[in-house]
Design a protein around this ligand. Structure first.
Ligand code: FDA
Ligand code: NAP
Length: 450
């Protein structure tokens, strides 16, 4: 990468857009496929806009833990022998014995981040960091678009652009932070996805009144962190429910994240798909792990025992507006109890108001019209995670994320990435083999059939 308009002549089997856990897992699946079939090497490359590997760095708060078992790592469910498993990482870090002694299925997010960095380092020649993909379009050869090749435009951190060509892309650009309508972020108003970098840029003594909006895992973790880090500050939690609700991670409910649940969701009736959401949305959205809920309640109770209160839970309350006056910020709260509004002056306001799913439209631009959408206006996706084309395109646009409507609840999570990446790698290889067979053995039509 580097020179404006530079064109890389290589044709890749697949280019990955984003190098978070999903595409890292795909890179591993492709690598292991190449090792088992060296006569069929897969040409792949990945582009990541961050300068180095990073997984939700701004939420790497002390004591926060993973919400999946360590065995739901980048590879184990697809290949338990993988050298990229979490167990391999522990072994390489001389910590396997201690990890087992610790008897915990759920590592800290800090340790899992170390694992992901370790795995990414093992594939460093497959990825370009500081490289943002800005568009995907059909490749043009001699002025005409080709149905089987894609051009991917990449902007380097120095602002220069280059173009690479591939038969397939795997889009894995992650969740998109969501703020309530009308709210914009600034140095005092933050989304949870930017929390630590914003917080670390402040002088703690300047933060005398802070508020956190939302009742999900991010909100609860940030509220606990602010309370512990700012012993002099008033901390308000603005909660739309009547207190935090627990994330259901009990064994039967957890089955919704099993690899097999993807088939049952994908091929299920509309009523079955609705039932998945109706009964099991509380495994993931607007819910909090029990230990964090208990930790917050304990702090609140200790305050009652001590007779002074600076942790305030504003239940059944939503934010309707944020007002700025000079350097001051006031947040408008509406109580669902009596519909009254109230203004609260804050030095920092954190919106832990969740995320929208991955949407490939902005990368596809005009090319998007070649892909089919269903009645609800969402992209139709094959079982192998490839967008359904509306024309005779033979190149593949695969999604890792953004497929909750077609593949179910695990789409935005880590639970199924090893298996999903294996399925995508298999699909890419199968389609390549079919293409090669078509080229070398074109179908012979019997004269009598003509
Ligand atoms: P992810 O968002 O991780 O990675 C996408 C990457 O693409 C990013 O690195 C981004 O920089 C890059 N990118 C975006 N646009 C680009 C472009 N145009 N060009 C190049 N690069 C681009 N789930 C779970 O199962 N268990 C858990 O414990 C957690 N924990 C958790 C904590 C927090 C704080 C959040 C916010 C979310 C979770 N999740 C989770 C859910 C989360 O979606 C999941 O952990 C992974 O981040 C999904 O990995 P992806 O690689 O799909 O996206
Ligand atoms: P989330 O679960 O979508 O929660 C967003 C919260 O914001 C909801 O309670 C929502 O309430 C509330 N909200 C939205 N608009 C509001 C408004 N105007 N006023 C008041 N409240 C409002 O988002 P999240 O907590 O960021 O979690 C996202 C994903 O990240 C989940 O998968 C989660 O498990 C994961 N995560 C994991 C960890 C970890 O592994 N340790 C940490 C953080 C996050 P309504 O539902 O009523 O709209």
């Amino acid at each position: 990468m580097g020179i404006t308009g530079r064109r890389n002549q290589e044709i890749y089997d697949v280019v990955g857009i984003g190098f978070g856990p999903s595409n890292l897992s795909l890179a591993i699946a492709l690598e292991e496929h190449g090792a088992s079939a060296p006569e069929q090497p897969v040409k792949s490359h990945f582009f990541e806009r961050q300068p180095t590997f990073g997984w939700h760095r701004n939420m790497l708060l002390p004591s926060t833990t993973m919400q999946i078992s360590f065995l739901k790592d980048l590879a184990t469910f697809r290949n338990p022998m993988s050298r990229f498993s979490f167990v391999s990482f522990l072994h390489a870090s001389n910590r396997l014995v201690q990890f087992v002694n610790n008897q915990d299925f759920y590592p800290t997010r800090q340790e899992f981040h170390q694992y992901l960095e370790w795995a990414a380092a093992g594939l460093r020649d497959r990825v370009t960091y500081g490289a943002e993909v800005t568009s995907i379009r059909p490749a043009a050869v001699a002025g005409a678009t080709t149905p089987d090749l894609l051009e991917i435009e990449v902007r380097g951190s120095d602002g220069t652009t280059s173009v690479v060509t591939a038969r397939n892309v795997a889009i894995s650009t992650g969740l998109v932070p969501r703020l309530p309508e009308g709210v914009t972020a600034d140095e005092r108003v933050w989304h949870s996805s930017e929390f630590l970098s914003r917080f670390n840029a402040q002088t703690p003594d300047d933060l005398k009144s802070v508020a956190v909006v939302g009742a999900g895992q991010s909100a609860a973790e940030i509220t606990r962190f602010l309370y512990d880090s700012l012993p002099h500050a008033e901390v308000s939690a603005v909660i739309p429910s009547y207190g935090y609700s627990v994330a259901d991670d009990t064994p039967f409910a957890n089955q919704v994240f099993d690899p097999g649940a993807v088939d049952e969701y994908y091929f299920g009736t509309e009523r079955a798909q609705d039932a998945f959401w109706r009964y099991h949305r509380n495994t993931n959205y607007s819910v909090v792990d029990a230990d964090v809920i208990r930790a917050l309640y304990q702090r609140s109770y200790d305050e009652q025992v001590g007779g002074s209160q600076r942790l305030h839970f504003r239940n059944l309350t939503r934010v309707t507006e944020v007002k700025r006056a000079g350097s001051g910020t006031r947040v408008v709260l509406r109580s669902l109890l009596d519909d009254r509004t109230e203004e609260l002056a804050v030095d920092a306001l954190v919106f832990a108001t969740g995320y929208d799913g991955l949407d490939p439209s902005h990368l596809l631009g005009e090319f998007d019209q070649h892909f089919q959408r269903g009645a609800a206006g969402r992209h139709q996706v094959e079982r192998d995670y490839r967008l359904v084309t509306a024309s005779g395109l033979t190149c593949g646009v695969y999604l890792q994320g953004g497929t909750e409507h077609s593949h179910g609840l695990s789409s935005s999570l880590l639970s199924n990435i090893a298996v999903r990446s294996g399925e995508i790698a298999d699909s890419i290889m199968l389609r390549r083999t079919e293409r090669e067979l078509d080229r070398t053995c074109p179908v012979q039509v019997a004269p009598s059939a003509v």
